[in-house]
Write a protein that binds this ligand. Structure first.
Ligand code: SAJ
Length: 431
């Protein structure tokens, strides 16, 4: 495989394109968004991900990468476009459909087409295959067709792209093998071949399993608050058990994967997925739980000036999609609080319903209270003496367990932590 055309230059398509280009493959990166194409052509990238900028620079220097607004002929096509959900939580497959349609005129016998977008079970055979066959070519006979889910973790993408095990599901064994020939160019992790529907399920099962496990951690946090226990201590102790690995509670589950993918399984079979559905609801409800926590500390939200620390969906990434932190800031603003929010990885992000600032100094400057919503490095490093000089108020709420309660209490702050019961929270009166 000497040439690859990748549709979608987002969080997955761009690093994949750069990876192939730096491994000697001629790559055309396609995106329908002109702004993304312009940014890339200027030698910049539109995504923050450690190491990605260097990798893309290397790809440009290799002269194997080019970007364009429309596809062109290639040995292999990779579809890496978003699959968000509709307001009714059903999968929005419009981008997959139009990307697949756009490559039909360029499809030639012997080509390989790979879908990477997270998709409901059977998408490759029931949706993508019939569209591609409009070319007059037969999938599995005239061209190869496969599904390979991306499983890289934002924040560690480059390493995981190379080292993670890769699942490749073909609509025939030969299609899976063709996928192996392509991804074997840079993947060092094990390549596991299967059929396309199994590969789709594997991806959805992984993210759903994580969602359900986070939901139980969030429920444990609520229980701990009720019975007067510190859930973070309890989880640490429980995880000493050789077969237990409880995840962390937090302000909710965000991002474009874990908070979305379980719905694809619920959509596929609503009558037999009550656990998945409930876990989604528990995690979706967590921002409201955080609001209650704040309400207990401040008694009244209306008129209070609150410094919101972090807006991204998780620590040390710049991605604000489906972020519970953004939802919490919006809910607080709706309750009449005056919000100043600071997101160190996207200091220029603007929102309609609350204000943002570009520095720690500004976010604390007039606040009655602060709330940490994301465990960014900057917030982990906060010291009470520093914040004392910046913030007039002395209330701080920690939803991600980054503050040392003793240290902050000794410095004169009232610290409230998600998952820590009032009985073990001497400074807080019971609500
Ligand atoms: N979260 C918790 N508690 C935890 C772990 C995470 O509340 O113990 C929250 C995070 O703060 C965040 C959300 O869950 O809001 C999701 O974060 P994450 O780090 O668990 O996952 P993502 O969405 O960044 O990436 C996931 C990964 N999937 C799994 O770990 C099974 C990644 O490997 C996938 O490639 C990615 O989804 C994807 O693209 O599907």
């Amino acid at each position: 495989m000497n040439t690859v055309c990748i549709l979608g230059m987002g969080y997955i398509g761009l690093p994949t394109a750069a990876m192939f280009a730096t491994h000697g493959v001629k790559v055309t990166g396609v995106d329908i968004n002109k702004q993304i194409i312009n940014t890339l052509q200027e030698g910049k990238i539109h995504i923050y991900e450690p190491g990605l900028s260097d990798l893309v620079q290397q790809a440009w220097r290799s002269q194997n990468l080019k970007v364009a607004s429309t596809p062109e002929e290639a040995d292999a096509f990779i579809i890496a476009v978003p699959t968000p959900f509709n307001p009714d939580k059903t999968a929005d497959m419009r981008a997959v459909i139009s990307a697949t349609e756009s490559l039909v005129p360029y499809l030639r016998p012997g080509n390989l087409v790979v879908l990477e977008s997270t998709s409901p079970p059977r998408t490759t055979v029931d949706l993508v295959k019939p569209i591609l066959e409009r070319s007059g070519l037969k999938a599995g006979i005239d061209f190869y067709l496969a599904y390979t889910p991306e499983r890289i973790l934002p924040g560690k993408m480059i390493k995981e792209l190379i080292e993670n095990a890769r699942v490749i599901g073909g609509i025939t064994p030969a299609c899976a093998q063709a996928g192996r020939n392509l991804y074997g160019i840079f993947v060092k992790g094990e390549i596991i071949l299967t059929d396309s529907t199994t590969a789709e399920m594997v991806k959805l099962m992984e993210n759903t399993s994580r969602d359900v496990n986070i939901a139980i951690a969030n429920e444990f946090a609520r229980l701990a608050e009720r019975v007067g226990v510190n859930v973070w201590d309890a989880i640490r102790i429980a995880n000493h058990h050789p077969r237990i690995n409880i995840l962390n509670p937090g302000p909710g589950v965000g991002g474009h994967c874990i908070s979305v993918d379980p719905w694809f399984l619920v959509e596929a079979a609503p009558d037999i997925t009550p656990l998945i559905h409930t876990a989604r609801n528990v995690n979706d409800d967590q921002p409201h739980h955080v609001i209650q926590l704040l309400q207990r500390c401040l008694s009244e939200l209306a008129g209070k000036r609150i410094a919101v620390l972090g807006l991204s969906y998780k620590a040390d990434v710049d991605d604000l999609r489906e972020s519970p932190a953004v939802e919490i800031a919006q809910l607080l603003a709706k309750a009449g609080a005056k919000i100043l929010a600071y997101e160190p990885y996207k200091p220029d992000a603007k929102f309609l319903d609350f204000d943002t600032v570009g520095s720690l100094e500004d976010v604390f400057s007039a606040a009655d209270a602060a709330i940490v919503l994301v465990a960014h490095k900057t917030f982990r490093a906060l010291l009470p003496e520093q914040v004392k000089k910046l913030m007039p108020g002395r209330i701080i709420v920690d939803t991600v367990n980054v503050l040392d309660n003793n240290l902050w209490s000794q410095a004169g702050f009232t610290v409230s932590k998600l998952g820590v019961g009032y009985l073990s929270h001497k400074q807080l009166p019971a609500s």
